[in-house]
Structure formats: structure tokens, C-alpha cells
Design a protein around this ligand. Sequence first.
Ligand code: ZN
Length: 483
Amino acid sequence: MKKMLTIALLACLFVLLQPSMGHAEEAKELPARVTAWEDGRTWNSSSLRDGNYNTKLSFNGTGEVVVETDEDMRGLYLVWDSVPGPWLLKAESDGTSRGLLCGQSGFLHEYVALDEPSKKVSVCMPKEGTILCDVFAYGEGELPSDVQVWQNPCEDADMLLISTHADDEHLFFGGTMPTYAGELGYDVQIAYLTHHWAEPYRPHELLNGLWTVGMTHYPIISTFTDYYSDNLEHAKTLWDLNEVEAYEVMLLRRFKPEVVIDHDVNGEYGHGAHRLNTWVLQQAIEWAADPAWRAGEAAESGSYLAQAQALPAFGVQKVYLHLWPENAVRMNWDKPLSHFGGRTAFEMAGAGFACHRSQQQWFSMGRTGVFDSAAFGLYYTAVGPDEKTEDADFFEHVVWASGEPADGASESAEPAETLPEPAGEAPEEAQPADKDQGHSPDETFPELLWRRYKAFILGAIGGIAVVAAVVMLGGKKRYKGKH
Ligand SMILES: [Zn+2]
């Protein structure tokens, strides 16, 4: 009887401690027959199933990839070589074929959820030169964590990171994304000053790195091609400087971030493009907040200037620069983060950087000198200086739209002397866009913990109770044994 009770208790313990508790079953990647067609001929499609973004197939406008499975498909995950533009998916179910327009968000890694379960879907290539790297079919259930289901860029970001290249965001901003996007669920947007489309593996590394560190909003990648530069004056000549300036003004006005993170003014290891990025931002803080900035200037349709002009002025609250010596703060990237199973923000930044396989030979994550990703300075503030300079919080004193300033510190707001007080509607319109998606900043920390980890906490309490019962039972047995 006692043995049965012990077994029952252990069974309960096993069930309670299951990591999947409270979650739907994981969606299976389905074995699929993939056929690549073009002008009535079929191509060997094995490169589409190998999970390698370096092996791919190029199609013309008649190209079609047919995916067939025995079990019902609920979604398709595609890895493109470059953003294909809108494309058509045809799905067969119950003898009828339905069309679904995809690709409208412009994602390089794209998950398409099917409206109806299907055993046969076709991906119709939209144009000559469309290149597909991989395609995977998934059944019903919760998708595995490595399937990237991107959300559109933020409507209204809490934080904006402006990284110059793909990899700088991990090397120099360190635990920022794992902490604020992954662990705390803020709406964090990243934008890149340059693009690497000439090195087709790098945009994949970029997305894989961001996904690894908990980013969910698709990044913005500029139209400026990456070139090397070793000084600021040279970097100013690499692209149309007016457009680079308008790009950053557009970013600030479009994403309306409370906090902005950017590079060291000396470009960390001296890269001119890093310096240019920050040199432009230092001015763009003021420009973005000024409705008159280049307002009457003729702008080419679609240019960054036209985009910036079309947006209302906006003033950010805080700007941190990597390694900025004044108002210096140290971030603590060594706290274990529950969202990443106890791994620290620094470790996660390392995992993000590890996705940049092509860059491993050049750089590595560091803790000292220009690679110290925990060292920042508050370059600009409209809400006063930081009080907590060790284990700092980029959002300290930020005023939220709800009117509840973090730490009640709005009265101490003290605009920086060198820049005008931000104009526009910053504090009033700075409501985080989607409270259901993440942490609403006016939620208390215990509330946040409870909401996020309810299932885990309940499971742990149950587990502890069962362990206690088993130990007591065991203890009783030993006690009896002594007799
Ligand atoms: Zn860089």
C-alpha cells in the first residue's frame, strides 16, 4: 500500500514538474515531399530541406515549390535568400484550392499559418530571380522555439537600438536585448545603419541572432551598403549624408522610443560608420523633435527625408551611448534570466553573437576596453540623471503615457543643457503599443513575475509539496526501521 502511495506521489511529481505543463503540445516538423518546378521541369529540391541557408534554389517567374505531407500541415516556414515581395501560396483542402497572399510584411524568414489544414501546398515564385533557401512544414501545436514568427516592427517602441552592422548589437549593446526584450518584455525595436545583402549569409545571421536573444519585432535594415571606414570624415562621404540624417530622424519619429541606445562616439574599435551613426544621432535627437526641421525641402518620393517629413515631431526621453564617459552607468548583464532558463544576459548576448558565424574570426564578446558591453553613459536626458548608476536601468525615471512615472521621479526631470527640451508629444503618446504582448511598464515587478511564470510557480509549489510528502514518508520508514 505504502509502495503504491509512493509511486502515486512520484507520478504526481513527474506530472507537476513536466516543463510542458500548461502548454500545448509542440508542433512537429512534418516529413514532406518537396518538388521544385519551373517551366514544366523539376529540380532537385534537397537543398530546400537541409536547413542550410547557404544552399538554395533560384527560380524564374513560373517557379513553384510543391510541399506534400501525409499528416495535416498547419503552417509553412520559409527561409528566403532575399526578401521576395508579395507571393502567392496555394493550399489544397477538401478538394478545393485556396490562394493566400503572403510576403507582405517583407520578412526574410517567414512563417505562414494556413487558414485550413492541408496536405498539399504550393509556393508560387513572384518574379525572376526569386531564391528560396529552405522550406519546412509544421503540424498542429505550439511551434518549436527555433521557428521565427516575426511580428511587424513596433508601432510605438519603448526602446530603439541603432546598430551599425549585423553583430554590433550583441558585441557592444551586450545584454540589452536579452534583458529588456526577452526577460522584461518591453517593446524593443532595432534598426541597422547599413545592410549586408552583398553577403547573403549575414542577413540570416542577423535574424537568427535577434531571435536567439528574445527579439520579436522585425528589424529595420537601411538601404545603405556596408563599407569599411576608419574615420568619421570619410564615413560622411560614403552615403548621401542628408539621407543618413533623415534615416535617423525617421527612426525616432516612427518608433517614438522613450530610450535610445547607440554606439561609442569613437566608434568602439574606431569604425567610421559607428562614429557616423552616433554623430548623426547626437543631432537627430533635436531634429526629430523640431517640426520645422527640413519641413519645406523637396524630397524624393520614398526617400528617408520624405518619410521623416510625413511623421510628427517626437522627443525621446533618454539616450545612452556605449562607453560615454559622462553620467556613466554600469549595467548588470550577469543576472540569471528566467526567460532564458537561468542563462544570463551576457551569456545570451554571446549566444546571439555566435549566430554571426562569418564574424567569429574577427571579433569576440568581451568585458574590457571598447568591448565592455556593460559600460554606457546617459548622453541625453529629459527626465533627469540616473540615480542608480551600478546595476542601472535604462528606463529609470522614464515617464509613461499612463502618467505613472517609473519610481515617481518625473518631478526631478532636468533637461540636458546642451539640447533643448524635447518637443512633440513624447510623454503623452508614449504608451507601449501592445500590453498583452509584453510587460506593461506600470505593472509592478511581482505582478509581472506572477503573470509570466504562473504555471512554473504553481508547478514548483506542487512539486515541493510532493517532494516534502515523499521525504516525510521516507523519514517515517527509516524511523520505523530503527525499531
Ligand atoms: Zn560594426
